[in-house]
Design a protein around this ligand. Structure first.
Ligand code: HEC
Ligand code: HEC
Length: 270
C-alpha cells in the first residue's frame, strides 16, 4: 500500500487566523474557565459575607454554600488539570482542521476512535506520546510503510496541534465483554520468573496510561485489538525498538503467542 499525503503549500495550510470568532471565543473560554470560576466564587463570598452577622445558623448556611460551590470547582479543576496535561500545549481547534486536511482522520477516525482494528485509536491518548511517535516515524526510530510517509513533512507545531486535538477527545473505551484470566494475571502480577513486569505498574489499572517525569506511558486500555497484538509481536521480535531503554522489548520477549493473544483481547476490552 502506498499512500501519498497531499502536499499542501504553507499558504494553503489552515492556521489560527482562519478560525471564526465564535471558535476563538469558545477556545478562550475553555482555556480560562478556571479563572472565571474563582472570580465567581470570590464574588459570592463577598456578596453573602458582607450581609451576614455572627449568628451560627447563618454561618452554617454560609459555609455550606461555600462548600457546595467550591467542591465541584475543585473537582472540575482537577479534571481540567488532568485533561490539560493530557492535551499538552497544542491548539486542539487548529489540530482538528489540520488533521482533517492532512487525512489523519480518514484512518484514525474523526474523533480518534476509528473502528478498523489494525489502526490505533488516538482518542484521549497522551499528546506527548503521539508527538514522540511522529518524531520517531520521521527519524526512522519507528518504521511503518504508511506512517513513515504520513509523518514525513509534518512540522513541529502541526504535530502538537494534531496531538492536542486527538488527546482532548473522549478517551478510548473497551467493551469488557469477556474475562481473560491468563491476561489479567500478567497485567496485574506479571511473571517474576521470566522478568515480565506487571502492565498496570506503568500503564495504570485500566490501562489509561500516565506521565512520570520525562517518561510517557501511553493509553492502551480500550485500544484496538489487532493493533495491540501487532505491537506486542513487534516489541517481542525487536521490530519496534523505540521504548525508553528498550523496556517494552524486555517485557514482551518472553511472552508466548497465547499470552499475547489473551493480552490483546483483555486490554482492548478495558
Ligand atoms: C492510510 C491510513 C493512515 C493515515 C492516513 C494516517 N495513519 Fe497514522 N497510523 C496508521 C497505522 C496503520 C498505524 C499503525 C502503525 C504501526 O503498526 O506501527 C498508525 C499509527 C500512528 C501513530 C502511532 C500511534 C500509537 O499508538 O503508537 C500516530 C501518532 C499516527 N499514526 C498519527 C497520524 C497522523 C498525525 C496522521 C496524519 C498526518 C496519520 N496518522 C495518518 C494509519 C494511518
Ligand atoms: C516499566 C514500564 C512499563 C511496563 C511494566 C509495561 N509497559 Fe508497555 N509501554 C511502556 C512505555 C514507556 C511505552 C511507550 C513506548 C514508546 O515511547 O514508544 C509502552 C508502550 C506499550 C505499547 C504500545 C502502545 C501503542 O499505542 O503503540 C503496548 C501495546 C504496551 N506497552 C503493552 C504493555 C503490556 C501488555 C504490558 C504488560 C505485559 C506492558 N506494556 C508493561 C512502559 C511499560
Amino acid at each position: 500500500m502506498l499512500i501519498r499525503r497531499s502536499k499542501l503549500s504553507n499558504s494553503s495550510r489552515p492556521g489560527i487566523s482562519r478560525l471564526g470568532n465564535s471558535q476563538l471565543a469558545a477556545y478562550f473560554f475553555v482555556r480560562n474557565q478556571r479563572q472565571f470560576r474563582y472570580i465567581g466564587l470570590f464574588a459570592l463570598i463577598g456578596f453573602y459575607g458582607s450581609n451576614l452577622s455572627w449568628r451560627p445558623g447563618r454561618w452554617l448556611f454560609f459555609s455550606l454554600l461555600v462548600s457546595v460551590v467550591s467542591v465541584p470547582t475543585v473537582l472540575a479543576d482537577n479534571f481540567m488539570e488532568a485533561n490539560a496535561q493530557r492535551a499538552g500545549p497544542g491548539n486542539p481547534i487548529v489540530g482538528n482542521i489540520i488533521s482533517a486536511s492532512e487525512r489523519c482522520q480518514e484512518c484514525h477516525g474523526e474523533d480518534g476512535n476509528n473502528t478498523d482494528s489494525r489502526i490505533p485509536k488516538h482518542a484521549g491518548q497522551y499528546a506527548s506520546y503521539l508527538v514522540k511517535q511522529l518524531h520517531d516515524f520521521q527519524s526512522g526510530a519507528r518504521q511503518h510503510e504508511v506512517m513513515s510517509i504520513m509523518a514525513e513533512d509534518l512540522g513541529g507545531s502541526d504535530m502538537t496541534d494534531i496531538a492536542a486535538y486527538f488527546a482532548s477527545k473522549q478517551i478510548m473505551q473497551g467493551q469488557h465483554t469477556q474475562d481473560y484470566p491468563l491476561a489479567r494475571k500478567l497485567f496485574f502480577e506479571g511473571d517474576k520468573g521470566r522478568e515480565v513486569e506487571p502492565c498496570n505498574r506503568c500503564h495504570g489499572d485500566n490501562g489509561k496510561g500516565g506521565l512520570a517525569g520525562n517518561v510517557i506511558y501511553p493509553v492502551i486500555g480500550g485500544q484496538n485489538k489487532n493493533y495491540l497484538r501487532a505491537q506486542l509481536v513487534n516489541w517481542k521480535l525487536g521490530e519496534r525498538t523505540n521504548s525508553p531503554n528498550g523496556v517494552m522489548n524486555k517485557i514482551a520477549k518472553p511472552l508466548t503467542d497465547d499470552e499475547i493473544e489473551a493480552l490483546a483481547n483483555y486490554i482492548s476490552g478495558l
